[in-house]
Design a binder for this molecule. Sequence first.
Ligand code: ARG
Length: 463
Amino acid sequence: MSETKLWAGRFNEPTDVFVEAFTASVEFDQRLYRYDIQGSIAHATMLARSGILSGDERDSIIAGLKSIQKRIETGQFDWSIALEDVHMNIESALTAEIGDAGKRLHTGRSRNDQVATDIRLWLRDEIGLLQAAILKLQQALLDIAEREIDCILPGFTHLQTAQPVTFGHHMMAWFEMLDRDRQRLADCNKRVNVMPLGAAALAGTTYPIDRHYTAELLGFDGPAENSLDAVADRDFAIEFTSAAALVMMHLSRMSEELIIWSSAQFAFVELSDSFCTGSSIMPQKKNPDVPELIRGKSGRVFGHLMALLTLMKGQPLAYNKDNQEDKEPLFDTVDNLKGSLKVFADMVPAISCRRDNMRAAATRGFATATDLADYLVRKGTPFRDAHEVVGRAVALCVKEDCDLPELSLEQLRAFSPDIDADIFEVLTLEGSVAARDHVGGTAPAQVRSAIERARQRLADAGG
Ligand code: ARG
C-alpha cells in the first residue's frame, strides 16, 4: 500500500520493501515534527513576502500545517514508512489537506537544509531545558552545602585520608563542575543557533529568497554563511554531545562518591529509600541504583560522541545520507542527560549526612598532619624540616595506634621543642578547616561567602 513517493518521477521500479524500511527515518525523526512545521511556516511566510507564493497560498499552507500539527498532537496522524521521513510525511499530508498550494511549499528549499534547520531548532530548545535542569541541581547543591557547612569529613587524595574538609565545601566543588557545564552549553548554543535554510540542496536556490527574514522569523542569530557547509556539517551536534559527555562525566564522578559514601564501610551518607532498591535474594541490601545507573549511562553518552565523530569524518561535501544517523545518538544523549540531571536534583536534598561517622573517619589517617607541619613553619622551622618532624611523629602514632592529638605534649616536644600547648587547638578538626581561610578554602566562613557569590551567579543566569 505504498504511498506515492514525492521523488518518484525518474524511477521506473518501486523501492524494494526492505530497502524502504531500511532507509526510512520516520520512526525516530517524527519527534522533530513541531520544528519541521515551525520551519515550514517561516519558509512559506518568507516566500510570500518575496513574491514567490501568493498571500492566499501562504495562508492556506499555514492553516494546513497548523491543522496537521493538531492531528499529530491528538494522535490522529498516520506516519508512513513509505514516506520515509518526518519532512515528506508532513508535506504529503499538507497536499492531501489543501491541494496544489501544498506542492508549492518546497519551492527554494530541499530536505537537506530543512533537516539541518529542524535539528538546530530542536536542539536549541533542548539546550534551554538542559540549562534549566543543571540550574535546578545547582540550587539543590547550594542548599545542602549551606545545611552541611560545618559537617567535617576526611578529604582524600589517592582515596587516602589527606586533610579534613567540610561537606559544604565538597558540595560546592560539585557545584563548580556543573557551572562550567552550564556555560559550555550556553556557548555551544551560539553555534547551534545559525540557520541553514536557503542553502537548499547544497548550492543555494535560483529564487529571490530573503534568508535574513526567515532567520529573524525563526529566532536564529542569522543565516549560515556558506550553503555547502550549512547542509553538510553536524559539528554543532558533536560539540553539543561533547558538552553533554562532560556533564555525564561529572554526574558519574558524583555518583561514584555517593556509592562509596553510602557503603557500610564508609557509611558517610544515607540515600533516601526512594532512590534505592533492594535485592531479590539478600534481605539486608539497599542498593544505590540511581547513582549506579547514572554512572553507567555516562558510558552510552560517551559512545554517542564517538559515533557522531566517526559518522562525520569520511564524508565529502555536501549532504550524504550518512547524516540521517545523527539523530538517534543525539536524541538519546538528550533524553539520558535530562533524566540523569532530574533524578540527581531530586536525590540531593534527600541525602542525609552521618556526621559522627564522617568525624570518626576524619580522626583516623592523620588528617591534621599538615596542620602540625604548618604550625612548626609558623614557629620558624623550614617547611621541609617540619615535614620530616611530622613524619616521625606519625610513625610513632602508627606504632602506638593513636592519632596525633592523642600524643602527650612531652611526646610531641621530643620531636620539636617549638611545640607548645596551643598545638592541641591546631590539631582539632575544626581548627584545621577554619585555618584554610582564604578564597576557595574549606573554612566554613569562606564556604559561606562562596555560597553567597554562587547564589548571585545563579540569579544572574536566570535561576
Ligand atoms: N531523513 C533525512 C535525514 O535525516 C532527511 C534529508 C534527506 N535528504 C536527502 N537528500 N535524502 O538526513
